[in-house]
Ligand binder design. Sequence first.
Ligand SMILES: *Cc1c(COP(=O)(O)O)cnc(C)c1O
Length: 364
Amino acid sequence: MPKANRAYNFNAGPSALPLEVLEQAREELVDFRGTGMSILEMSHRSKVYEEVHNEAASLLRELLGVPDGYHILFLQGGASLQFSMVPMNFLSRGRAAGYVLTGNWAEKAWKEAQVLGETFVAASTKEEHYRRIPSLEEIRFGPDAAYLHITSNNTIFGTQWKEFPDTGEVPLIADMSSDILSRPVDVNQFALIYAGAQKNLGPAGVTVVIVREDLVERGPKDIPTMLQYRTHAKNNSLYNTPPVFAIYMMGLVLRWAKEQGGVAELERRNREKAQLIYEVIDRHPDFYLGHAEPGSRSAMNITFRLPTPELEQQFLEEAKREGFVGLNGHRSVGGCRASLYNAVPLESCRALREYMLEFLRKRG
Ligand SMILES: *Cc1c(COP(=O)(O)O)cnc(C)c1O
């Protein structure tokens, strides 16, 4: 069983947060930095809040190496609203936007773009049940495409891009909701990156958008104010009341990430954690049936099945009794899934590995 009263948390999102972060939030909840009130109760225009807000943005810039020339925005509406905001702002008339279909979230993003303009499928692995990421050669788009949209990590199917296409003048846009901050990326390759916070960055309620300034400038002005990136860029994401608590918590997570050694160190740990589980799958391929092709495997979400639905059911039920949480696959695909985001400790992964081996000994 896990230590103290903390579960082995493998939830896909919202997901585990670092214990130190939760403890600090508890510590300063009632009297935030000597103000006599919690951060939930003060003006978002106050100096105290503004510091929290700006610190979160500058930590994100530092950790991800976001260059000058990019805005960092804190928005609401989840990654799902970005499925609409991206085409509203960048899918101009007379052009078509390319979507690479690698899973449910990519399909949802594509569906919203179709409401708003012309689109095309630049590549898809749907026919192969999204077991892999298409190779760069498979991706088709012309130089006049409005943009190319990809999903860097496919939370439901457990696949992850290892390298990103060089799109030249065509803006590359990525949904990084489930792997942002889990590994270094070269932000310069992207025109826009978006991510709901609730997987790797903090609690639900804030969505991070990193976007090239020149694209924001060129965006349309004949769409609602709140849906223009310009509005939020011009106002330091303080045009209206931001989700103050979520941004504060994200700031604590970012500080924690920096203390851990930054993104390169987090990547090293994430690989080590994922390796523990993939090794079990690879050594017992007739019992633990991995969904993703090895070359496309995600370090964040590990998806697998067992030989029969009955065994799967048993595996999940016994796991629950042992203190494991969140191991069932997404409702749309079933099976099992372990999400090993940044805040999931190595010990949880060791425990899961032991549990998988033990279950195999008993029922294999
Ligand atoms: C979770 C997730 C989403 C949806 O995020 P919301 O913030 O709930 O809208 C979108 N894309 C990916 C890749 C995700 O993992």
